[in-house]
Structures are given as structure tokens and as C-alpha cells.
Design a protein around this ligand. Structure first.
Ligand code: HEC
Ligand code: HEC
Ligand code: HEC
Length: 349
């Protein structure tokens, strides 16, 4: 028995010395050109697939993935953040991307075998040691637009449809890239910016940049422009006239319920009157109180839920809003979204 133990110890020491030599003297060849030893790629890829299947569970926050405005937002984010590696539908990889180890699969292949909740897991978490990045935000409900887009690729989205969704006019002004998502007639999940003050817009951009306000989509967008141009971009949007968009169709009784909630504090649940800060006819004013008029109802619903659940960050006055939303019920949120989505912007910036 003693002899066995001694042999095992000697082997352990030799193993550690060999491992140390590989690391210390650089004996392991990291060249991507050489690739992996036979079988290693298979082991890594199979581990990846089984790991995802074990960890990705069905989620009860999955939205309707056939919603065209979710697909459009996902496609635009994909075009800016993922296309470099996975290509557009129908596209072939560049020689440089094809030389990655492991090479990212082209998008139609990448989505082929996965369920939506598994795609959500992969895009949220990324894949270690492969180049596949994780979602650049702590919040992950905003991965769903990308999943909605990936599912429409699974359903055979042709390259022409992709181009129609993502094509941008050649940028003339710095804000043209942003207008791809924030322009008139954009997605119901993206807020228009023209009605807000430059101070609110700049504060929000800086909050996305440093992660105080979590959004994988905006974290990417804001990192695409130089930080010193953010003040100018905010001013450019604030100088444009607020158009108010198309009046959405909302049930009259929900709007009335929302108006009542917005106008008067509900003492029993400690919900203050939203109107005091957000208008119309606000009693307290600040450049950092956003104008909620005609923000799309799905966007308002998401933001109010994030505020209520303590997941919406922002600037120096965000605590006021966190407190205001903490006792809202799902039904209050529906009603408030219906009211503000139908109220014209006040353009009081
Ligand atoms: C820098 C390159 C890179 C970027 C950017 C990137 N990926 Fe990946 N992705 C990879 C690589 C490499 C893999 C293969 C991982 C493996 O097989 O181990 C991968 C795997 C995947 C898979 C799983 C495919 C499979 O093998 O079954 C999906 C789905 C995916 N990526 C979607 C996305 C989406 C959506 C984005 C943008 C939010 C994105 N990727 C951004 C490199 C990238
Ligand atoms: C791929 C689509 C996309 C692009 C491109 C994009 N945005 Fe956004 N933007 C969004 C989404 C989605 C949100 C909501 C994020 C959230 O939940 O906080 C948002 C939110 C914002 C907000 C917060 C508005 C508010 O009412 O609180 C500002 C400010 C903003 N974007 C400015 C910009 C600027 C400036 C650019 C260009 C540099 C830009 N965005 C590019 C999708 C986009
Ligand atoms: C005491 C002032 C105050 C009250 C009362 C208040 N809010 Fe706010 N609200 C704010 C501030 C400040 C922000 C911006 C915080 C930030 O992003 O830093 C905000 C942001 C918001 C946003 C995000 C808008 C966007 O473009 O992303 C929504 C939605 C909102 N409030 C709805 C409401 C509703 C509904 C109520 C009533 C239940 C309410 N607020 C009550 C101060 C207030």
C-alpha cells in the first residue's frame, strides 16, 4: 500500500513538473494554423452543445417571437454586432473569419439545431475559448429581439428581406446610424429621441456607456461612436422637431385608467402622481425628467417593469423614479403605458 502511495506521489510530481514546463517554457503550440490535435475539436464542440442543453431552461419571459418589430430590432443589432463573424443570410465567410479556430458557423448553420431558449442562453452567455462573446449587459431580457431574428433565419429569411430590414442610407450626419433604429416608423421597442432634452439624452448615453443603465443593444451602439461626440449627438437629436408618430390603437378604458393613475397619487399603494414630474403640466420640472408622450407602449411597459423590479439604472435622479414605480402592479403598468403612448409629446425641452 505504501509503495502504491509513493508511486502515485512521484507520478503527481512528474505530472506537475511536465505541466509547469509546458506553461513555463512555452512548449504548447498556440498557433491557430496548427489547429487542435485530432479529436479535440470534436470534444470541445460536443462539450459546448451538451453544456448549453444542460443549462438553458425554458423561460417564462419569452415574448411573441413573430412580432415584426422585435425581429427588425434584432436584425439591426445583429447587423452591427454579430454579422462580422456569422455573416448575413446567404453570405459566405471572409477568408479571415474562416481562418478562426474554431471558425464561427455562418448564420443559417449557427441557428439550425437550437430551440429559442437555447439560442437565448448562447447569446446571453457566449462560449468560452471560442471567440463567441457574451451579451455586453447584466440584463438579458433584451436578448429576445436577437432571438426573434435568429428564429426567422431558421424559418428561411432570404438575404433580400435581411437587406431590406437593415439597409441604412449612407450616413451624412453623425446621428444617421442611430436613426436606423430611432427613426420615424421604427420598432415599437425603441424610443423616439427628439422630444427629450439634450441633458437627458446625454446623461442616458453616458449611463449606457458605463453600464449604469443596462442594455446590450445600446451598450453596443454607444461604443460604436467616439465618447467625445456624445454631447453633440444628444444636442443633434434634441434640436430635431418631435413628430409624435402614429397614434396607436389602445382601448379607451385602459387609457382612462392610466390617466387617473398618472394624475393622482394612490395613497394605499404609495404610488405618486406621475404627472407631477412627467406632465402634462408638471409641478416639478427638471431637464432630467423625460417626456413620456407617445413613447411606444411596448417600450413603456418594458421600462416600467424594469423600474419596478429595480433593474433600470439611469442618472443622478434615477432613485426618484425607482421609488415611484416600486409598488406598480402589472395592470397599472398596462394602463400607464396605454395613457402615455396616446398622449402627444409636450416638446417642453
Ligand atoms: C468574434 C466573432 C463572433 C461574434 C462577434 C459573435 N460570434 Fe457567435 N460564435 C462565434 C464562434 C467562434 C462560435 C462557435 C462556438 C463553438 O462552436 O464552440 C459562435 C457560436 C454561435 C452560435 C452557436 C452556433 C453553433 O455552433 O451551434 C450562435 C447561435 C451564435 N454564435 C450567435 C451569435 C450572435 C447572435 C452574435 C451577436 C450578438 C454573435 N454570435 C457574435 C463567434 C462570434
Ligand atoms: C440596434 C438598434 C439601436 C441603435 C443602432 C441605436 N439605438 Fe438607442 N436604443 C435602442 C433601444 C432598443 C433602446 C432602449 C434600451 C433600453 O431598454 O434601455 C435605446 C435607447 C436609447 C436612449 C434612451 C432613450 C430614453 O428615452 O431613455 C438613447 C438616448 C439612445 N438610445 C440614443 C442612441 C444614439 C445616440 C444612437 C447612435 C449612436 C443609438 N441610440 C443607436 C436601439 C438602438
Ligand atoms: C419625483 C419625480 C418622478 C415621478 C413622481 C415619476 N417619475 Fe418617472 N422618471 C423620473 C426621472 C428622474 C426619470 C429618469 C431617470 C433616469 O433615467 O435617470 C424617469 C423616467 C421614467 C421613465 C423612462 C422613460 C424613458 O424614456 O426611458 C418612465 C417610463 C417613467 N419615468 C414613468 C413614470 C410613471 C408611469 C410614473 C408614475 C407612476 C412616474 N414615472 C413618476 C422622475 C419621476
Amino acid at each position: 500500500m505504501r509503495r502504491v502511495m509513493q508511486t502515485l506521489m512521484v507520478l503527481a510530481v512528474l505530472g506537475a513538473v511536465a505541466g509547469g514546463a509546458v506553461v513555463g517554457f512555452g512548449l504548447f503550440n498556440v498557433s491557430a494554423r496548427v489547429g487542435h490535435l485530432p479529436g479535440v475539436s470534436w470534444v470541445l464542440h460536443t462539450t459546448f452543445r451538451n453544456s448549453v442543453r444542460l443549462r438553458a431552461s425554458r423561460r417564462d419571459d419569452m415574448p411573441d417571437l413573430a412580432d415584426p418589430s422585435l425581429i427588425e430590432l434584432g436584425a439591426r443589432h445583429y447587423d452591427a454586432a454579430c454579422r462580422t463573424c456569422h455573416g448575413a443570410p446567404g453570405e459566405t465567410p471572409s477568408a479571415t473569419i474562416a481562418a478562426m479556430v474554431p471558425a464561427p458557423p455562418m448564420i443559417a448553420t449557427a441557428v439550425a439545431d437550437w430551440q429559442p431558449h437555447e439560442l437565448h442562453w448562447i447569446v446571453s452567455n457566449g462560449v468560452k475559448m471560442s471567440g463567441m462573446p457574451h451579451w455586453p449587459a447584466t440584463r438579458d431580457d433584451d436578448v429576445w429581439p436577437v432571438v426573434a431574428f435568429l428564429v426567422s433565419v431558421q424559418d428561411g429569411m432570404p438575404g433580400d428581406d435581411y437587406a431590406a430590414l437593415t439597409d441604412l442610407p449612407a450616413p451624412r450626419a453623425p446621428g444617421d446610424y442611430c436613426l436606423g433604429c430611432h427613426g420615424q416608423g421604427g420598432s415599437d421597442h425603441v424610443p423616439p429621441l427628439e422630444q427629450q432634452s439634450a441633458a437627458y439624452l446625454e446623461m442616458s448615453l453616458r449611463a449606457y456607456l458605463d453600464g449604469t443603465r443596462s442594455s446590450g443593444i445600446m451598450a453596443h451602439a454607444v461604443s460604436e461612436v467616439p465618447a467625445e461626440t456624445l454631447g453633440g449627438l444628444a444636442q443633434w437629436f434634441a434640436d430635431r422637431p418631435a413628430e409624435g408618430g402614429v397614434l396607436p390603437d389602445m382601448p379607451a378604458e385602459r387609457i382612462a385608467e392610466g390617466r387617473a393613475l398618472a394624475q393622482a397619487a394612490t395613497g394605499d399603494r404609495d404610488v405618486p402622481a406621475c404627472q407631477a414630474c412627467h406632465g402634462p403640466d408638471a409641478s416639478e420640472t427638471s431637464e432630467l425628467f423625460p417626456d413620456l408622450g407617445r413613447l411606444p407602449a411596448p417600450y413603456l411597459r418594458t421600462q416600467l417593469t424594469l423600474w419596478r423590479d429595480g433593474k433600470r439604472g439611469g442618472g443622478p435622479r434615477a432613485d426618484l423614479m425607482r421609488k415611484a414605480a416600486q409598488h406598480l402592479s402589472d395592470s397599472d403598468i398596462e394602463a400607464l403605458a396605454a395613457f402615455y403612448a396616446t398622449l402627444p409629446p409636450q416638446d417642453g425641452k
